[in-house]
Design a protein around this ligand. Structure first.
Ligand code: PMP
Length: 286
């Protein structure tokens, strides 16, 4: 089945969707994105992603080129057309394609480029990968200072992922001034006793939609949450570690820089949070 994608209001076979070589997303990484998970053919936390998208656009002085209602309709239509049961919808909005390359933004009436496509991932919500957990290495956080804006400048996280692979691991946790900021594409947590520790929100990290939901569920389940920086050394001594993201939900971390975390298996807190998150997300999916 040929994938149907969305480009500026049209639904097209993927090989017919073309974007200009002058597109600011291509030339300048001048664009923002969101990834919304799909479980049972329904969207998880669409509203959270839509709100963060609005914020990313606002922070970059970009107009909102598509209403929230139309965005939702397009997400649902792509899921339907591509028969997605488990997977996600990728959305990217760039500052459009002016007639030439220039550092200055193009006139405000330059139409934005809006792209959406689905990714089918059967078995996404199964616990096979989570039961095993992931291994991470630490790397210096060399990204720019506005990591709260979800831009498509993903080269450094991509390099981090490759460094992890080269070391026989799955991902990298980034460290700045001695403290973990986040994973290459996820928020990072450690657990000590009944306390979940994760870095506080600021411009230093992406404000994860899954993070917000998981911390809410943790508090509702009477777990203690401390939002503060933590070091790799503290993480290596923790009872558990895990990451969250829209595409991995809650994923245990069983090794950090070669040091085994806890008993090297999925921890009880991470397992419980994953279960609650998936249950509640399924109930609220639209
Ligand atoms: N941090 C970074 C750097 C990310 O790229 C992501 C995923 N896009 C996250 C955190 C997790 O955010 P979310 O839970 O909204 O997927």
């Amino acid at each position: 089945m040929t994938r149907t994608v969305y480009l500026n209001g049209e639904y097209l076979p993927e090989h017919e969707a073309k974007v200009s070589i002058f597109d600011r997303g291509f030339l300048m990484a001048d664009g923002v994105y969101e990834v919304t998970s799909v479980i049972d053919g329904k969207l998880i936390d669409f509203d959270g992603h839509a709100v963060r998208l609005e914020r990313s656009l606002r922070e970059l002085d970009m107009a909102q080129p598509i209403s929230k209602e139309d965005l939702l309709a397009a997400h649902r239509e792509l899921v339907r057309l591509n028969e997605i049961d488990e997977g996600g919808v990728y959305l990217q909005i760039t500052r459009g394609a002016p007639a030439d390359r220039d550092f200055a933004y193009p006139p405000a009436d330059t139409p934005a480029t809006v792209v959406m496509f689905t990714q089918s991932k059967p078995g996404l919500s199964a616990n096979t990968a989570a039961a095993k957990g992931i291994k991470v290495i630490s790397i210096e956080d060399l990204r720019w200072g506005r990591r709260d804006i979800k831009t498509v400048q993903l080269l450094y996280p991509s390099m981090g992922k490759m460094a992890a692979k080269a070391a026989g691991c799955d991902d990298a946790w980034m460290v700045e001034d001695g403290a973990v900021t986040e994973g290459t594409s996820n928020n990072a947590y450690i657990v000590k006793g009944n306390t979940i520790i994760t870095r506080q929100l600021s411009n230093d990290i992406l404000h994860g939609i899954t993070r917000a939901a998981v911390l809410r569920f943790a508090k509702e389940a009477q777990m203690k949450v401390e939002e503060r920086p933590f070091s790799i050394a503290e993480a290596q001594e923790a009872d558990e570690a895990f990451v969250t993201s829209a595409t991995t939900f809650v994923m245990p971390v069983v090794e950090i820089d070669g040091a085994q975390i806890g008993d090297g298996k999925q921890g009880a807190v991470a397992a419980r949070l994953r279960e609650i998150y998936l249950d509640e997300s399924r109930k609220a999916a639209i």
